[in-house]
Design a protein around this ligand. Structure first.
Ligand code: ADP
Ligand code: ADP
Ligand code: ZN
Length: 213
């Protein structure tokens, strides 16, 4: 099964993608996680991506597309994957579409996790992330068992550099201008499904699994 997660920054794409990946035993592929990993390691890719990420801007399509296509060509993607944070622009969606069509395959679902902007700012300020394994928490809604420590791998949790309020506003702007048009794109392909992302995380997941069944 090939699934794309759509939604504003902070809508809960990553949280749901991880649960989908666990349930269906497919890889969770987050371009944001790949970039953050590279920033942390100080690779050339990471240094280039950071220039954009710090301002809440998108990393250029050319760079992003190459990374994603390399990743989905790996052996663990044979039975499908859940993409989180890609595509984010129409050109990215077109490149992905072409690559998948050439393999005689298709995207099964694009799941739009719908959350209004007012809720987003609140969610982002409480987000804590594990840069080691990609797990995400929320200090009020989804706290880790031990404060500041990742349940999954025991590493320290951090606030992402780009989760500061000013940057979040830029990211929302970028979302509305560059990413929201994908809702139309996947509606036309007949694969778009929308879930109410303001519900409790477990209820959002139930809504998604009902759609996928
Ligand atoms: P969120 O879902 O919370 O917005 P992500 O972790 O998906 O955050 O992305 C963080 C940042 O990484 C983005 O603001 C952007 O700079 C960069 N990024 C991630 N995915 C893409 C993409 N598909 N195209 C361009 N930039 C991306
Ligand atoms: P995205 O990948 O779309 O940027 P995340 O999955 O990282 O979003 O979620 C953003 C923040 O909101 C995180 O702190 C996460 O723990 C929290 N969160 C996710 N889903 C919910 C939910 N249904 N209700 C409340 N908070 C949530
Ligand atoms: Zn972790």
């Amino acid at each position: 099964m090939k699934i794309i997660m759509l939604g504003a920054p902070g809508a809960g794409k990553g949280t749901q993608a991880q649960m989908i990946a666990d349930k269906y035993d497919i890889p969770h592929i987050s371009t944001g996680d790949i970039f953050r990993e590279n920033v942390k390691k100080g690779t050339e890719l990471g240094m280039e991506a950071k220039k954009y990420m710090d301002h809440g801007l998108l990393v250029p399509d050319e760079l992003t597309v190459k990374i994603l296509l390399d990743r989905v060509a790996q052996a663990d993607c044979k039975n499908g994957y859940v993409l989180d944070g890609f595509p984010r622009t129409i050109p990215q969606a077109e490149v992905l579409d072409k690559a998948i069509t050439e393999l005689g395959e298709k995207i099964d679902y694009a799941i739009n996790v719908d959350v209004p902007d007012e809720n987003i700012i609140r969610r982002m300020s409480g987000r804590r992330a594990c840069l080691a394994c990609g797990a995400t928490y929320h200090i009020e809604h989804i706290p880790p068992k031990k404060e500041g420590i990742c349940d999954k791998c025991g590493k320290e949790l951090v606030q992402r550099d780009d989760d500061k309020e000013e940057t979040v506003k830029n990211r929302l702007d970028v979302y509305h201008k560059q990413t929201q048009p994908l809702i139309d794109f996947y509606t036309k392909q007949g694969v778009l499904r929308t879930v109410d992302g303001t519900m409790d995380m477990k209820d959002v997941f139930t809504a998604i699994t009902t759609l996928l069944a």
